[in-house]
Design a protein around this ligand. Sequence first.
Ligand code: C2O
Ligand code: CU
Length: 501
Amino acid sequence: MAKHTHTRRSLLALGGAAALTACTRTAYDLTDDAPAPGSGFVSPDGPEVAAAERGRATNGTVREVRLTAVEGPVELGGGRSVRTWSYGGEVPGREIRLTAGDTLAATLTNHLPDTTSAHWHGLALRNDMDGVPDLTQPPIGAGAEFSYRFAVERPGTYWFHPHTGVQLDRGLYAPLIVADPREPMPYDKEWTVVLDDWLDGIDGSTPDSVMAELMGGPAARPSRMLTDAKSMLLGGDTGHVAYPLYLINGRTPDDPSVFAARPGDRIRIRFINAGGDSPFRVALGGHRMTVTHTDGFPVSHADTDALLIGMGERYDVLVTAGDGVFPLTALAEGKDASALAVLRTSPGGAVPVAGTRPAELDGVLVTADRLRADESVRLPDPGRAADRTVRLTLTGSMDAHDWAFDRQPYDHHHSAPHAVRAGERVRIEFANHTRMWHPVHLHGHTFSLGRDGARKDTAVVLPGQSLSVDLDADNPGLWMLHCHNIYHSEAGMMTVLGYQP
Ligand code: C2O
Ligand code: CU
């Protein structure tokens, strides 16, 4: 195959998905003439990765799941149907529920008119099952299938989505909940709440047309550009895409999903932001929330009225249900629109109307930097000095849509990984030189915000500020590190952390 010198911008000009599909060289494709940028690093299918997998504690249970990525109509509530891409015709896709120690065997069949993949967001899994096309596996061609199989060691709230182009901003996402066989926290019910911003199939918009418009292509009609979504909490612009709809569990606010419980029930709510370009501020009317976990890992419990959840982040909270009918509102921060779900514990009482804005949204708001990791999940020896520091500058602007790390838009054929070695304590220092916030996400690991701060895989970096995180390099392979704004990562705000043998 010829050398690839297209920039992502020229690929878009060539027609996006089709041109990307034509690129089949992978980081581990040894038949190519030039050395891949991943050479000199542990290969996703190398012996180190297999050895790490053998070291994972499993219980012998294999959970088999069949996933089918399809194009077709999906009902979003209120009789509104859109044509989109989804897992099995449902948005969100059906929740996968495991117990820590299980092995997940998931076969994904691709009936989309494009290649795809499934990435298991937040799991410290074996690298060759991480679902990043051209880095950890070949793209799954249209009509083809791929079998994922990996041990899942830790409990928590996770989710999965494709790692191909901007497919995440269609309906291709679903929760992945891993129960703790020794769950220490008493509660009566669980409610998974998946937040999303939606435009696919509305008046002809697709995530690809929006990406083209953001990259300076011809203005789409209707335009989905947004230049005035501002938030004090996020220090500036919150996003640049105007979505016609905001959803909770795949429903529009005029026909919300209703969760039934009894007064006094302790409910564990698992929030997942599956949005493409929208941070959500969430609150449950009439209730305080106790934050118990973020990104799957327990924290010292903290009470709050509201939470601000960046794309890719998860929060688990406990609430004690009151008696009545309550709005769970997710405000698209800075975008002057919201999604709605309803908690109902008594038969009487009308369902809250769309746009309901509970006072708790403007109450106390605990941010991740204020949380402390539960002692059970602190990094061992938190005072240990970093063996290596990886410094990343977040660069780019809305006008040029040239989002990147260190001004180098990611290109999997040419971008060299940032080297780490197994056993190291690695510090990553993010310096945000842009004028907006970014939710940065690392695959295959959970870092610590400061010494004993929350353990997370996705963290907010505010404009003009820095964030320093520590992790133990204990999962060999090639791991993506990127902004979870799908339009930023696709523009190039991605890089790779690579283990050297
Ligand atoms: Cu939600 Cu690279 O992932
Ligand atoms: Cu970003």
